[in-house]
Design a protein around this ligand. Structure first.
Ligand code: GRF
Length: 252
């Protein structure tokens, strides 16, 4: 491969690279997905999990809300789940302490936020350095926070999309790992735009997570955040092609 800037290439996605690096002695990396809602991103991770590095396991789905559909998705996929209802905790510190304990008790190594609607405290984040990623529905640094689709439409933006980034104390502001974009159609509603962005999310998140875990498997002693996992914003067509190549490598 001649591309060196972009880590998500067919070459990088060869899990076999890990086998030849002596990685067979490594411990299985246990991944937790934190959710607060429907869990369509969780579903995309479940659906592609068999393609993840062999030493990574989807080991826990943790929700801060009882009764959400993401928990049913976890049950259907036989993934252990846990609910920490944030309304039952007196403070953010108390909630974050319970969250840390739950993750520790499930021996979690890596955390994926997938629609998790809680701000994590700096104290919590320092206990999981370089181990937490998030997906956000905008082309960060534009449109941090909520209602990103309506805001992008209202501002007359030409492009919109989604970003995967490392989680740091400042909201939606950690280093960007991967982005995908689409052209905005100004005849569409915010809901329609959201659905189109979610199509991107469901390809980009599994693909980026796979790349991170593959890199990690090759360099287990390095903090993940120091690895070059930057992708740059790619178009929907390019993302679809990479996703198809990844899911169906025999078609390459
Ligand atoms: C996604 O749009 C994601 O970008 C944002 O929260 C939403 C979660 O959706 N962080 P779902 O629960 O995965 O369907």
């Amino acid at each position: 491969m001649t591309e060196t800037r972009d880590p998500i290439t067919a070459g990088d996605l060869l899990v076999g690279k890990a086998a030849s690096s002596g990685a067979s002695e490594l411990k299985t990396q246990r991944v937790a997905v934190l959710v607060s809602g429907s869990g369509t991103n969780l579903q995309s991770l479940i659906d592609t999990w068999a393609l993840q590095p062999k030493r990574a396991q989807l080991s826990l789905v943790l929700s801060n809300r009882p009764g959400i559909f993401a928990l049913e998705r976890a049950a259907t996929a036989n993934i252990p789940s846990c609910v920490l209802d944030h309304t039952k905790f007196g403070s953010r510190t108390a909630f974050d302490e319970a969250l840390h304990e739950a993750l520790e008790s499930h021996q979690i190594d890596f955390i994926v936020l997938a629609g998790f609607m809680r701000i994590l405290s700096p104290d919590f984040l320092t206990r999981w350095p370089g181990k937490i990623i998030n997906i956000h529905p905008s082309l960060l640094p534009a449109y941090r926070g909520l209602n990103t689709h309506a805001r992008a439409l209202a501002d007359g933006q030409k492009e919109h999309g989604c970003s995967i980034h490392w989680v740091e104390p400042e909201l939606d502001a950690g280093p960007i790992i991967a982005q995908a974009k689409i052209d905005i159609n100004h005849a569409e509603t915010a809901e329609q735009l959201q659905q189109r962005v979610q199509r991107l999310e469901h390809m980009l998140y599994p693909l980026a997570l796979h790349t991170i875990l593959s890199s990690w498997e090759l360099s287990p002693s390095q903090p993940v955040s120091s690895l070059d996992t930057r992708l740059g914003a790619i178009t929907e067509n390019e993302l679809q092609k990479r996703y198809n190549d990844w899911r169906h490598p025999e078609a390459l």
